[in-house]
Design a protein around this ligand. Structure first.
Ligand SMILES: [Zn+2]
Length: 175
C-alpha cells in the first residue's frame, strides 16, 4: 500500500513538474533576429523615429523599457551578474554606451556602471512616482536606459543603474 501511495505521489509530482516547466524566454533570440534598419554600431546619426514604428521593430520587453520607461524586475537581468570584458551598446539603435571597465558589482539588482560614454547618453530630470531622479537616455535614439544616482564608487561617485534589456554586450573577443 505504501508503495502504491509513493507511486501515486511520484506520478503526481512528475505531472506537476511537466506542467509548470517555465517557458524559455525568447528575449535574446528576438533581439538577435532583429529586423531593425536603424540599428548600427558605427552610424551615430541622430534618429527621430516614432514609437509606432519602434513598436513594429522591437521585442515587446525592449519596447516597454526603452520606449515606455518600464523597469525590468531586480535581479532578473542578464547583465546583473556579468563581468566579461567588452562594450555595452544601446539594444535599440546600437549606439555605444558603456565600457566594461566602468561596471561594478552593485547590490541593487541591476547592472551598474560608474561612468558612461559622454557621447552615448544624456540626462533628464524624472519626477515620476513621487521620486526625484535623473533619467539616462540614449543620445542617438532617445531610448530610456535607466537612472543615475550619486551613491556610486570612485572615481566619479556615480551609479548608473541600467536595465539589462536596454543593453547589448559585445565582448572584445567577438570584435
Ligand atoms: Zn539608442
Amino acid at each position: 500500500m505504501k508503495f502504491l501511495i509513493s507511486i501515486i505521489i511520484l506520478t503526481f509530482l512528475q505531472a506537476c513538474t511537466q506542467k509548470y516547466q517555465p517557458v524559455k524566454t525568447s528575449s535574446m533570440e528576438n533581439k538577435e533576429a532583429k529586423n531593425n534598419p536603424y540599428y548600427s554600431r558605427t552610424d551615430t546619426t541622430k534618429l527621430n523615429i516614432a514609437n509606432e514604428e519602434w513598436k513594429k521593430i522591437l521585442a515587446p520587453d525592449l519596447y516597454a523599457i526603452a520606449r515606455e520607461a518600464a523597469t525590468e524586475r531586480a535581479f532578473t537581468g542578464k547583465y546583473n551578474e556579468f563581468d566579461e570584458v567588452g562594450d555595452y551598446y544601446c539594444a535599440v539603435c546600437g549606439h555605444h554606451l558603456f565600457r566594461s571597465t566602468s561596471k561594478f558589482a552593485s547590490s541593487c539588482g541591476w547592472p551598474s556602471f560608474f561612468e558612461a560614454d559622454k557621447e552615448g547618453v544624456y540626462y533628464v530630470r524624472d519626477q515620476s512616482y513621487g521620486m526625484d531622479r535623473v533619467e539616462v537616455l540614449c543620445k542617438r535614439c532617445d531610448s530610456h536606459l535607466g537612472h543615475v544616482f550619486d551613491d556610486g564608487p570612485k572615481p566619479t561617485g556615480l551609479r548608473y543603474c541600467m536595465n539589462s534589456v536596454s543593453l547589448e554586450f559585445v565582448a572584445d573577443s567577438e570584435k
